[in-house]
Write a protein that binds this ligand. Sequence first.
Ligand code: ADP
Ligand code: MG
Length: 244
Amino acid sequence: TGRGATAGVLIRNAEALEILAKVDVLVVDKTGTLTEGKPRLMTVAPLPNMTEIDLLRLAGGLEQSSEHPLAGAIVSGAREKGFALAGAKDFRSLTGKGVMGTVEGRSIAVGTRPLFNELGIDAESLVAQAEPLRQEGQTVMFVAIDGKPAGLLGVADPVKASTPEAIELLHREGLRIVMLTGDSKTTAQAVARRLHIDDVHAEVLPEQKTAVIKQLQAEGHVVAMAGDGINDAPALAQAQVGIA
Ligand code: ADP
Ligand code: MG
C-alpha cells in the first residue's frame, strides 16, 4: 500500500505482479494471516468427572509433541500454572483435526469434533459449552481421556493490528475477501463479522483448501491466496497468485 511500508516483499516473477492487478477475490487463511498466529490459552473447562489440573496437565503433556501454534498455547498455559509435563508416547497427529497419544499411561486425544467422530468418542457433552466461547472468537479444542470426553480448552489468537485497515483498503479496491480455515464455523464467523470479511469457509481440511480455490476459479474469478505456506502450500499453488 506504500503506507507504513514493511521490508521483505519478494516477488517471484513479474507475471505474478501483472496477474495481481486482475485479481478480484483474495482468499486468506485465518490463523497466522489475519491473526497474529500466537494464540494464548484462555479457557480450561473440565467435565464434572475431571479436574482442571489433570485436564491441562495431560493435554499439555501431549501437545509438547505437536508443532502447531495451538499446541504451543496449551503447553505454555500449562507451564505458566507450574505443571511439570510428562512426555507423550505413541504420538500421532491428524492434520487439521488434532493429536493423540499416551501421557502418564493414559490415552489422550485433543482436537476437533471430527477427530472425536473418527475415534468413536461422543462429543455431545462438550458442544453446548463450546458454543459461547466460539462466539467470542476462541478456538475450542475437545479433550478425551481414556476414550471418554474430559473437557475443553479454549485459545484466543488476537487479530493483527494491521488487519482491519488492510481489509478496508482491499475492499475499496473492489476485492472480495474470502476466509478459509480449519477452525469451527462459529469461531470463523465471529472473527469474520468483526473484520467485515465477505465470505467464510470453515471446518475445511488442509487438502480441501485447494478445492475451494478451484471452485472460485470455475466461477470466473481471478484468485489470490494469502496463507502461512505450511499446510496451505497446495492452495497457494492453485491460486493465480500465491502470497505466503
Ligand atoms: P487453520 O486452518 O486455522 O490453520 P488447522 O487446519 O491447522 O487450522 O487446524 C484445524 C483445527 O484442528 C484447529 O482449529 C484445532 O481445532 C484442530 N487442531 C489442529 N492441530 C491441533 C493440535 N495440535 N492440538 C489440538 N487441536 C488441533
Ligand atoms: Mg494453518
